[in-house]
Write a protein that binds this ligand. Structure first.
Ligand code: ADP
Length: 243
């Protein structure tokens, strides 16, 4: 089943002296449970594309379909509702609620999504533990490092098990240990059937994906399934060790 589809999606920034065509006719189809990495050089339109997919940036033309429903025509408030129910976000600016603890920030989306108090608490505990944040549960976002805030944003985005997880550089600020924790959690939720679309520069993140979509100058120049090399006899192959 297709979770997400774009048809000839275009974004032209026209606020400045010269219009900037950031995304130029992207056709993308993401199936249920797929993990897609979007890669490409700086300025190739990755952030603009993922922002449009989550309704944070309005498209200039084209269509976006989510779970069989056209969404590019929705109002801001309809998008907000959709995000609460179906789309988890991890963006480079961390949209945490400043006057809530880490624990409450992570639990809230699950509660808003209709989970019971017990389920929301269990989910929160699991996510904080998986991201090495249990000790920071009572802290306020302002007391956290950039990397900690980024991991809380990921936990928050996954709290209500959204149909689609969108992430823009989820390991951008992280050291190697925390990157490993994030990769391990992404692998786990992907294994459990979570659909993921993620912008990344990081080859380790991309190597977990089923497909890499490469952008250049706002266009898809490559969209291919990752060929998983079979391990040579007795060899370790290309398996990434996330332990
Ligand atoms: P990437 O994420 O691949 O680095 P972006 O989507 O951020 O690429 O940018 C694509 C192009 O759109 C770039 O040329 C960038 O300068 C331009 N751009 C991005 N945001 C804006 C904006 N708010 N106003 C005008 N131009 C923008």
């Amino acid at each position: 089943m297709t979770v997400l589809k774009t048809v000839n999606l275009v974004k032209i920034y026209s606020g400045g002296a010269v219009p900037v065509p950031a995304v130029r006719g992207v056709d993308l189809q993401v199936d249920d449970g797929e993990f897609i990495a979007i890669m490409g050089p700086s300025g190739s339109g990755k952030s603009t594309l993922i922002h449009m997919l989550g309704g944070l940036d309005a498209r200039t033309s084209g269509e976006i379909w989510l779970d069989g429903k056209r969404v590019d025509t929705l109002s801001e408030s309809a998008w907000a509702l959709l995000r609460r129910k179906k789309v988890g976000f991890v963006f480079q600016f961390f949209n945490l609620v400043a006057n809530m603890t880490v624990a409450d920030n992570v639990e809230l989306p699950a509660l808003l999504g209709g989970a019971s108090t017990k389920d929301a608490r269990e989910r929160r505990e699991h996510l904080l533990e998986a991201l090495n944040l249990t000790e920071r549960a009572d802290a306020a976002p302002a007391q956290l490092s950039g990397g900690e805030q980024q991991r809380v944003a990921l936990a928050r985005a996954l709290a209500n098990k959204p149909s689609l997880l969108l992430a823009d550089e989820p390991t951008g600020n992280l050291d190697s240990r925390n990157t490993r924790d994030v990769l391990r959690l992404l692998s786990e939720v992907h294994r459990d059937g979570q659909t993921i679309v993620m912008v990344t520069h990081d080859a380790r993140v991309a190597s977990l994906a089923d497909r890499v979509v490469s952008l250049l100058d706002g266009e898809v120049v490559d969209d291919g399934k990752i060929a998983r090399r079979r391990p040579a006899k007795g060899g370790a192959g290309e398996v990434i060790d996330l332990r």
